[in-house]
Design a protein around this ligand. Structure first.
Ligand code: B3K
Ligand code: ZN
Length: 883
């Protein structure tokens, strides 16, 4: 398939001023009438009137009132071209589409008898012929007509301006969106839904109607989403001075959705996973996820909708910025310093585990890519999470106030426009007076930079030199990299672990500060610190101030000092992770060499101190006590041995439990949250530490620990505790009798929640990630009546979790995991190319495995690649993996 290049951008030949759409809605067949008022863009080199369309049946085409003859236009695949069109055009197009046949969940599709749209990135072209590109912004009026019994609710973007009954039991609703928007933000929903609604007073005094629409029977699960929406609206007013611009804001939840949610103007459409919650079906993590996704979609209203992207290469302009905003939103809601650090650590964990891995693989691409085959493959952790890190670096470099000025200027300059990443950078530079020319490389160069550190202390001169050297690995299509502009937040600790005042030659204005942002811009640079009376321990990249790998040789003692004392909580955690990784790598190698395994008491004691440190937030202790994931440990190796890594990690967990059993039990007992379930930060923190303690305790197989888990499972008053206990039981390595009891618990859980799709997803997920679940077991679970590949949530719960989150089983030496993967990618390719392409990425890093596994992975990739009728989506992923 043909790649589309950023450098080939050509402005649209025609603008669209207004769009009037009429829908005659039906599941099997929907008739779409589209009337566009268009005008020539004299600045464009494109002279034809060009529209995109996919899977449409063209019923009628009229230009300025005259029906077009076959000779007046050309349809070539997915492009409709009208040459010699006049400067002013009113185009009327009628198409027929078949929602119930649309299993791709892009365009207009059916879900449990309801009709739903998803238009980003290029789904609008499956509804009507249109210049379906984000730089064409128009005002929409939408008339929906449908059977009143089957589709009592009819929603679209903006304001409801008229509704009423028609003949034959039909009715209509007319919607008008007062703001111009790109087609990817169009939405409609029709069906049987109910809503929770509320009037909400905005800062200006204006009142807005807020609605959360769900399937009947789910109104007891909407309160948290509604609360999250109100908090989001308030937060954007306060933190960024941005007010809701509509009189009505709707959220609709659907169980059939390709991703998390979608920010359609005034009519956000969500995966039920990010809306529905109450204490009996949702975990603390679900509650936090809902809050951040509701926030994310709401924040798009300004960063994405009012100011949008010129083309899809600029996707991170809205996504990176909006992720940064939702991260800050969640952090501000917790408020405390450690609460913020906990959020930061969680975000950095995802970045390192998933984005660093992407950056090191065949799909590596810059935050602003230069080419793509299928844009839907580029909704990646690089665009989103690394993009957010890039925005965070402006924040770190400019500081709170100048960053806000930059945001103000960005919105003021570009409201109503479709712009580029460079425009955001220009706003930040212009508002702060800073030179951000070199900063551009964060957008254009892929790969994770490495910063290595060499220090030198001169006792006589009382100077301390920190030499930083940066490099960036080669990525596909990018051989050589130029130095990045890297903000390194740092401090120096004395022997007691106290921050010392910093006197850096390069930053005279900040003399005496204990926390400094030094800027690495050259390939190598030395920073000199004066008045250093004894050799310090450096704390670098505080709060993870840049998305880089920091290579620094610490002794265990230095790490111990940082772990116990660093004033930057992120680096305290980081020190603990370094200590653990060092040991996990050593143990993995020992296993491979057939050597005896052992762990030093010093490390265990450091963990004991952290676990028992009552002055630390329990959520922070939970993070400190969580070992790096198997995927993280794998990154430390050139050649990955999944089973050895798994065994080494399990060995460390069991050893921790053996030594800290009494401490863990004490923590377990003292961090209970009796009474009514509350998803507030304090209770959530307690539950997370308590359940971590439980999972450790069940690493020690005896009667008492098993019973602890079993009792918690049976008596749990909320899903967080119930699921944590069930997970621990499922992984418990006990007697036959105990295994039977665990299986019974799993069956019980299914029975109790069989009507709750989101809980059944958890049931599959738990089993998919269990240590003992092998390929055969996954195949067996796929036969379960509740399993289906056509629902993305269900497919993800079992299949994706097994392929991505159970490495020691997925990478079975006989290659059976890869064979299963190939079958499923091929099956999904027919149903839903976007979801198939996501699964296809599970083999991205195949070159990192031993040759025996490599050969089998390659064969599986080739099998997929040779499949007939492969979608662009899957073809791009596998061809890049094989390149
Ligand atoms: N903008 C959407 C993602 C659309 C994905 C299209 N394949 C959700 C979000 O980032 O908020
Ligand atoms: Zn987004």
């Amino acid at each position: 398939p043909q790649a589309i290049l950023r450098q080939d951008y050509v402005a649209p030949g025609y603008w669209v001023d207004t769009v009037e759409m009429g829908f005659d809605l039906g599941l099997k067949s929907t008739l779409v009438a589209n009337r566009m008022v268009m005008r020539r863009n004299h600045a464009s080199t494109e002279k034809d009137l060009v529209l995109s369309g996919e899977s449409l049946k063209l019923v009628q085409l009229r230009l300025n009132g005259v029906k077009l003859k076959k000779a007046d236009y050309q349809i070539d695949g997915e492009t409709l071209r009208i040459p010699n069109a006049p400067d002013e055009v009113t185009l009327e197009i009628t198409t027929q589409i078949q929602p119930s046949k649309n299993t791709s969940l892009s365009g207009l599709y059916a879900s449990k008898g309801n009709l739903i749209t998803q238009c980003e990135a290029e789904g609008f072209r499956k509804i009507t012929w249109f210049p379906d590109r984000p730089d064409v912004m128009a005002k929409y009026t939408v008339m929906l007509r449908a059977d009143k019994k089957k589709f009592p609710v009819l929603l679209s973007n903006g304001n409801l301006i008229d509704e009423g009954d028609l003949d034959d039991g039909r009715h209509f609703a007319k919607w008008e969106d007062p703001f111009k928007k790109p087609s990817y933000l169009f939405a409609l929903v029709a069906g049987t839904l109910v809503c929770q609604e509320e009037k909400f007073k905005l800062k200006s005094g204006r009142k807005a109607l807020l609605q959360v629409w769900v399937e009947e029977g789910n109104l007891d699960k909407t309160q948290h989403a509604m609360d999250s929406l109100k908090k989001s609206i308030r937060w954007d007013e306060e933190r960024f001075g941005l007010e809701l611009d509509l009189d009505r804001f709707m959220i609709v939840a659907t169980g059939d959705f390709n991703m998390g949610a979608m920010e359609n103007k005034g009519l956000n459409i969500f995966n039920t996973k990010y809306v529905l919650a109450n204490s009996s079906i949702a975990t603390d993590i679900d509650y936090a996820g809902i809050e951040s996704v509701v926030g994310h979609e709401y924040f798009h209203n300004w960063t994405g909708n009012r100011v949008t992207c010129r083309d899809w290469f600029q996707l991170s302009l809205k996504e990176g910025l909006t992720v940064f905003r939702d991260q800050e939103f969640s952090a501000d809601l917790v408020g405390t310093t450690t609460g913020r650090a906990v959020k930061r650590i969680e975000d950095v964990r995802v970045l390192r585990q998933v984005q660093f891995s992407e950056d090191a693989g065949p799909m590596a691409h810059p935050v602003r890519p230069d080419s793509f085959v299928e844009i839907n493959n580029f909704y990646t952790v690089t665009i989103y999470e690394k993009g957010a890190e890039v925005v965070r670096m402006y924040y770190t470099l400019l500081g709170h106030d100048d960053f806000r000025k930059g945001m103000d200027l960005y919105v003021e300059r570009h409201d109503g426009q479709a712009v580029e990443c460079d425009d955001f950078r220009a706003a930040m530079a212009d508002s702060s007076g800073r030179d951000l020319t070199q900063f551009e490389r964060w957008y254009s160069q892929a790969g994770t930079p490495r910063v290595s550190v060499v220090t030198a202390y001169d006792a006589e001169a009382q100077t301390y030199d920190i030499k930083l050297t940066q490099s960036c690995p080669t990525t596909p299509g990018q051989e050589k990299k130029l130095p990045f502009h890297i903000p390194v937040a740092m401090g120096l600790l004395d022997a007691d672990g106290k921050d010392i005042p910093l006197y850096c030659d390069d930053y005279p204005a900040q003399a005496g500060a204990t926390n400094l942002v030094i800027e690495l811009t050259a390939a190598s640079q030395t920073f000199r610190f004066n008045k250093v009376t004894s050799e310090p321990v450096p704390s670098l990249l505080r709060n993870f101030s840049a998305p880089v790998v920091l290579d620094i040789d610490y002794t265990d003692e230095e790490l111990g000092l940082l772990l116990a004392n660093d004033s930057d909580p992120f680096n305290r955690w980081e020190a603990g992770q370094r200590l653990a990784t060092r040991r996990l790598v050593k143990l993995t190698k020992a296993l491979q060499a057939g050597e005896e395994l052992s762990i030093d008491d010093w490390f265990i004691n450091a963990l004991r101190n952290t676990l028992n440190d009552e002055s630390l937030d329990p959520a922070f202790r939970e993070l400190m006590l969580t070992l790096p994931s198997e995927a993280m440990i794998a990154e430390a190796f050139d050649v990955v041995d999944p089973q050895a890594i798994h065994t080494a990690r399990q060995f460390v967990r069991a050893t921790i439990t053996r030594h800290l059993k009494a401490d863990l039990l004490h923590v377990y007992e003292t961090h209970q949250t009796p009474g009514k379930y509350r998803p507030d930060a304090v209770s959530m923190a307690k539950r997370s530490l308590k359940n971590l303690a439980l999972s450790y305790l069940l690493e020690w197989a005896d009667e008492s620990t098993f019973d602890l888990g079993y009792v918690q499972f049976k008596e749990a008053a909320n899903m967080t505790d119930r699921l944590a206990a069930l997970a621990a039981l499922t992984n418990f390595n006990g007697t036959e009798k105990q295994k039977k009891k665990s299986e019974k618990a799993l069956r019980r859980f299914f029975k109790d929640f069989k009507k709750e799709d989101l809980v059944i997803d958890k049931w599959f997920m738990l089993q998919a990630t269990a240590h003992t679940t092998d390929v055969e077991k996954v195949r067996e679970l796929m036969q379960h009546p509740a399993f289906t590949l056509t629902n993305p949530n269900r497919a993800r719960s079992l299949v994706f979790n097994f392929c991505n989150a159970n490495p020691s089983q997925f990478h079975a030496p006989d290659g059976s995991g890869y064979a299963l993967w190939a079958e499923l990618v091929i099956a999904l390719n027919k149903i839903n190319p976007q979801v198939a392409a996501r699964l296809a990425r599970s083999l991205d890093r195949w070159k990192k495995y031993p040759v025996g596994l490599q050969a089998q992975m390659k064969a599986a990739l080739q099998k997929v690649s040779a499949t007939k009728k492969l979608s662009k989506d899957v073809a791009e992923v596998v061809s890049k993996a094989l390149a």
